[in-house]
Design a protein around this ligand. Structure first.
Ligand code: NDP
Length: 287
């Protein structure tokens, strides 16, 4: 893909801002516009991004649109708005990176496909640290040739790019990952609570369990902030709650008893700490 193609980036939050920076670093022309907070737009302009006056202009001036928005609700209200749809032409490509539902992804794709727009369903994993370092994992659903065509763009933001199936499969595998991640997070907090009670040092816990059958990414990567009771996001608890809800809804009929239980815990903690890091679920068990 041609490096000088113009990319319009929608969703300049904890993930989108560092991802957009990496696109600029890799030589892409980046179009941005302000939604509510203009700080990320100013930051990106300093690095060479072009500010457009509206999302409609952003789409009109871009060959490729990348979106990474909070939830299905914003996917629908932005990507299926008249403002955006009116600017779509059959040469354009959408790389949709929100952790949304498979159903919403399919809905967006159907409408875009009808207009000749090619779409990739490409959510990510790796957190804000991965977004900053450009080491994200992309779970790409869609046409394999389109994945290949868009690979250089995704490689500016990610280390690993997996083709996981058709449109909807990216969102599906991301929801499965989040089901595990949400459970592993509360499990790691419980492990720490017990270690603190039994006076086991955290470094020993990390080293020994980290090399034993109880190891998990969450235990390895989140235990230090749990020890410090540092719940600055990161990845907001409300977003994790949304992800577990997608998994539970997709399974249907109470088919995921553990995930359903954990979802209730995230819902409870969200009342007070929804905008804090999802590790704040640890408050349920840590003293
Ligand atoms: P944030 O809440 O930090 O950012 C969301 C961004 O979307 C903000 O820039 C917000 O703009 C923008 N936005 C909201 N509504 C609109 C709209 N209608 N039009 C244009 N822009 C809008 O979320 P994250 O970056 O943390 O997460 C984004 C997605 O990535 C979520 O689906 C999340 O689950 C997923 N994800 C997050 C990870 C993480 O570690 N944070 C890791 C992997 C995936 P404004 O600030 O102006 O309101």
């Amino acid at each position: 893909m041609n490096r000088r193609q113009r990319i319009g980036f929608i969703g300049l939050g904890a993930m989108g801002l560092p991802m957009a920076k990496n696109l600029i670093k890799n030589g892409y022309i980046l179009n941005v516009s302000t939604y509510r907070n203009r700080t990320p737009v100013d930051e990106l302009k300093e690095l060479g991004a072009v500010e457009q006056n509206s999302v409609s202009e952003l789409v009109s001036e871009s060959d490729i649109v990348i979106s990474i928005l909070p939830t299905d609700r914003e996917m629908e209200s932005v990507l299926l708005s008249g403002e955006v749809l009116d600017q779509l032409t059959s040469e354009k490509i959408l790389i949709e990176m929100t952790s949304g539902s498979p159903a919403m992804m399919k809905k967006v794709n159907e409408i875009y496909k009808g207009m000749g727009v090619r779409v990739l369903d490409a959510p990510v994993s790796g957190g804000t640290a991965g977004a900053e370092k450009g080491t994200l994992t992309v779970m790409a659903g869609g046409d394999a040739k389109l994945v290949e065509e868009c690979k250089p763009i995704m490689e500016a933001m990610a280390e690993k790019i997996y083709v996981v199936g058709q449109i909807g499969a990216g969102k599906a595998i991301k929801a499965i990952n989040q089901l595990l991640a949400s459970i592993h997070m509360i499990a790691s907090a419980e492990a720490l609570a017990l270690a603190e009670k039994l006076e086991i040092e955290t470094d020993i816990l990390k080293k020994v369990v980290g090399n034993s059958s109880g190891a998990s990414w969450m235990l390895e990567n989140k235990i230090d902030s749990l020890v410090e009771r540092n719940f600055n996001p990161g990845f907001k608890l409300n977003l994790m709650k949304k992800d577990v809800q997608i998994a539970v809804d997709e399974a249907g009929n109470d088919k995921l008893p553990l995930a359903s239980y954990v979802l209730d815990l995230y819902k409870e903690v969200a009342n007070q700490d929804g905008e804090r890091d999802f590790s704040a679920i640890g408050k349920k068990v840590l003293v």
